[in-house]
Design a protein around this ligand. Structure first.
Ligand SMILES: [Zn+2]
Length: 198
């Protein structure tokens, strides 16, 4: 039986997505064995992120600066804006390096079942960003779920009065699939085949 401190660490790690009690225990054993090369750097990294964590007031990304690295990057195409449900979707698309523009994180999707209304999402700030001008294309990169598509149609109604090209990812995405779990090939194909929202 490990000490209460080690049990607490194992318990905390076991709650992380993708880890269960077995892999958490293996991770803890590894950290205890590699104190200088694994435990100390992890501790430093966690403390730094925890201390400097910020939500970008422009796009909703999570970073250690506000505006975030993407919003502050002058090489990004400011005329193209990609709308996603969650930060994880932004990171997935950004990892693919296929989209040269900036992002907007809604913070979820409309859901009658879960009582998520337009005012619960970052929709007013999205409309304000588009209304401020300088954007030519808005890409709706929402999940290919019923709620994701309901959200897309709602956004289309809100955005149609602006002179922007409105597109959405093609449905090469698996039905019921979530962006965060897709391989880069599928993501690339879906982004390339994006089309105007009817
Ligand atoms: Zn940002």
């Amino acid at each position: 039986m490990a000490s209460p401190e080690i049990e607490a660490l194992t318990g905390a790690l076991a709650k992380l997505p993708g880890l269960g009690p077995r892999s958490a225990r293996r991770a803890v054993l590894y950290l205890l064995k590699k104190r200088e090369t694994a435990l100390e750097p992890l501790l430093t990294a966690l403390a730094e992120v925890a201390e400097r964590l910020e939500t970008c007031t422009t796009c909703g990304n999570v970073d250690t600066t506000d505006p975030c690295g993407i919003c502050a990057d002058p090489r990004r195409d400011a005329r193209a804006l990609c709308v996603v449900e969650e930060v994880a979707d932004l990171w997935a698309l950004d990892r693919s390096r296929l989209f040269p523009g900036r992002f907007h994180v809604l913070g979820g999707r409309l859901s009658a079942l879960e009582g998520v209304r337009p005012e619960d999402l970052a929709i007013d700030t999205l409309v304000a960003r588009i209304g401020a001008g300088g954007i030519d294309e808005v890409v709706l990169a929402l999940n290919a779920t019923l709620e994701g598509q309901t959200t897309a149609h709602y956004l289309a109604e809100r955005i149609e009065r602006f002179p922007v090209r409105l597109t959405q990812l093609a449905h090469g995405l698996p039905v019921g699939g979530e962006l965060d779990y897709l391989d880069e090939g599928t993501l690339a194909q879906a982004l390339r085949a994006r089309r105007p929202l009817a």
